[in-house]
Design a protein. Structure first.
Length: 305
C-alpha cells in the first residue's frame, strides 16, 4: 500500500516500536519518519505507559510526566520561587520560535480534532525549550484535572520545518497532583539565592536587631540548618567611623558574635560558622552622611557550598 502525505494526517511517535511500509516513510531506531512538508510530528505516550511522578524535598517539588521519544513535561516549584510548567527534551526536537499551548480532548474522544489554543510561548533551542509561569500554570493543572490533554504545538513559519507537537496526557493526574500539592506546603520560604548573601543593618553603637532584620536572620538559619551542602557560614561585622577605633572594633565583634550565637541556637553547627570583625576598616559608603553611615553599620552573612 502506498501512503501519500496529506495536510490532515498527523504522525505520532509512540512508546512502542512502529513499523510503516510504503514509499512515504521508514523506521529508524523506533522513530517514525515521513517525507512531506505538511506532516505534523507528535510526541506522546500510549495510555498504558502514562505515568506522573512526584519528586519532593523541602527545596523543590516536581510533578512530571515522561513523554515518549521527547523527554518530559513537568510542573515544578523551587523554594522561594514561582511555580512553573516546562518541557525538557533529550535532544533538540523543538525548533526555536513560538509555540501554541492548547487543550485537546483525551485520545479516546473524537480523535483528530485540533487543540483549542490557550496561550502562546517562546521556544528556545535548549534542553528546556519552553517554560511558563504565573496563572497559566494553575490553568493547565485545572484543565488536566478535567481530563483534557495539554498540547504544545511549535508554530510553523515560511522557513520552519514541519510542525511539532508534544502531548501531555491527563491520565493519573489527580492523585499525583494531591501528593505534589502536599509537597508545596512544606517548601522552605526562601531560595539559596535569597540567603546566600545577606546583610543585616544596625542602629548606631548597637548590636540589637530590628524586627525586619531578625526575620532575615531567621530565614538564613532555617535554610542553613536544612541544607547540608553548605560547608561554611562566614559572618563579618562592620561599623561606621563614629567613635574611637578600638570601640568600633568591639562593636563589630559584638554584632558578629551575636549573629553567630543566634545561628548556633537555631541549630546550625558551630563548626560551619566562621566569625570575623573589622570595625570601620571596610566601609561600603561615605561616613560623611547619615545614609552612608547607616549602610556601614552592618553584618554580612555569606554561605559557601
Amino acid at each position: 500500500m502506498r501512503l501519500t502525505p496529506t495536510p490532515s494526517r498527523i504522525l505520532t511517535y509512540l512508546s512502542a516500536p512502529v513499523r510503516l511500509l510504503g514509499a512515504g516513510g521508514f523506521v529508524l531506531s523506533g522513530w517514525l519518519l515521513l517525507v512531506g512538508s505538511s506532516w505534523a510530528v507528535t510526541f506522546n505516550t500510549i495510555l498504558s505507559d502514562v505515568n506522573w511522578q512526584v519528586d519532593q524535598s523541602i527545596f523543590e517539588c516536581k510533578l512530571s510526566q515522561p513523554v515518549a521519544g521527547f523527554g518530559q513535561a513537568a510542573f515544578s516549584r523551587r523554594a522561594g520561587e514561582p511555580e512553573a510548567f516546562y518541557l525538557q527534551q533529550k535532544q533538540i526536537l523543538l525548533p526555536e520560535g513560538k509555540a501554541i499551548i492548547g487543550l485537546g480532548q483525551p485520545s479516546w474522544h473524537q480523535p483528530g480534532n485540533l487543540p483549542t489554543p490557550l496561550a502562546e510561548a517562546r521556544v528556545v533551542a535548549e534542553p528546556i525549550p519552553l517554560r511558563v509561569e504565573n496563572s497559566l500554570v494553575e490553568t493547565l493543572q485545572a484543565e488536566l484535572l478535567k481530563g483534557l490533554r495539554v498540547i504544545i504545538t511549535r508554530k510553523t513559519e515560511n522557513t520552519s520545518p514541519n510542525p511539532v507537537r508534544v502531548v501531555v496526557e491527563p491520565l493519573k493526574f489527580r492523585g499525583a497532583l494531591t501528593n505534589y500539592q502536599a509537597c508545596l506546603k512544606q517548601l522552605l520560604p526562601v531560595s539559596y539565592a535569597e540567603v546566600s548573601r545577606t546583610t543585616l543593618y544596625f542602629d548606631s553603637a548597637s548590636d540589637e536587631l530590628t524586627a525586619e532584620e531578625r526575620r532575615k536572620l531567621e530565614w538564613v538559619a532555617l535554610y542553613v540548618k536544612e541544607d547540608q551542602q553548605i560547608k561554611r557560614v562566614l559572618i563579618d561585622g562592620h561599623t561606621d567611623s563614629v567613635g574611637p577605633r578600638p570601640n568600633n572594633i568591639d562593636i563589630s565583634k559584638s554584632r558578629s558574635q551575636r549573629i553567630a550565637t543566634y545561628l548556633a541556637s537555631a541549630g546550625v553547627d558551630n563548626n560551619r560558622i566562621t566569625t570575623r570583625w573589622h570595625g570601620e576598616r571596610y566601609p561600603i559608603a561615605s561616613n560623611t552622611t547619615d545614609q552612608g553611615r547607616q549602610k556601614n553599620r552592618r553584618v554580612t552573612i555569606r554561605l559557601e557550598r
